[in-house]
Ligand binder design. Sequence first.
Ligand code: GLU
Length: 315
Amino acid sequence: MKTDQHKQEDVQDYQAILESIEEAVQPCFGKGRVANYIPALGQVSPNKFGMTVRTARGECFSVGDANEPFSIQSISKLFVLQLVMSQLGDVVWERVGKEPSGDRFNSLMKLELEHGVPRNPFINAGALATLDLLMSLSGDTRERILNYMRYLGLNKTISSNATVVNSELEHAHINRAMIHLMKTYGCIDSDPEELIATYCYQCALEMSCMDLATAGLPLAMDGYSPLHGDTVLSGKQNKRINAVMLTCGMYDSVGSFAYRVGLPAKSGVGGGILAVVPGELSVAVWSPELDKSGNSYVGTAALEMFTSMTHASIF
Ligand code: GLU
């Protein structure tokens, strides 16, 4: 159990902590690689670093490139899951599991063995199945997702980058294969091309660390956003999503991320990571160089420093 001495939200100087992290991560640059399997993502400067903390009181602390929008990629899976759960309830768990896959995020192997039912909503197959459910609702799904992100991020300028969408669409052969495999098993209802195009649209949303920390704060607050004065998710849904973030949110190195950082989190191949300290704050970090599992190399190091300095790990 954490002692009062270790939970010092009142006395943390987050601005000073972020500034010392920004300095301390400098030797980590050059050790990872910017994702280039989606060619448009490979254009980003590898030296970017931004980090934002949003506290339960709504305070915001930032360093570096925290205001610069970047491709959120798989972090969008977290918000689409949230949207599906808030619109359709628990039905999503009939379509996807809740277990870590133990494979790469775009692996097809278990999908065939497990008859088209993805292991969790954060691997690509699971995100496609989750989005398929959202597309069963009437209305324009892209607009629904965009409006939701603008609302959560309190930023009307959030948008999806068409160049990144087209670049991913040209190379999305594995994701298309997943859709067709799942459709063969009766696990996808939408038109495959419409589904892949909508998926690439959600992945190409661009948000800054500031936007992401704002959008993620309700996940730290039992589903309530103090910034909006609104409940975004029920407490039960929030608990479920945090559990799946903790066990499945960091690709195939979720165990070492829990060991090093100790927070529920979701990463994307654009180099972003959104993490939450339950009851206290959300923290978003961005740095494009990735480790072998596809997580931001510098971002993971920064979050490890953050929980070491603040004792904010949930463990
Ligand atoms: N759009 C990317 C893909 O499907 C998302 C991957 C990621 O961020 O993990 O490959």
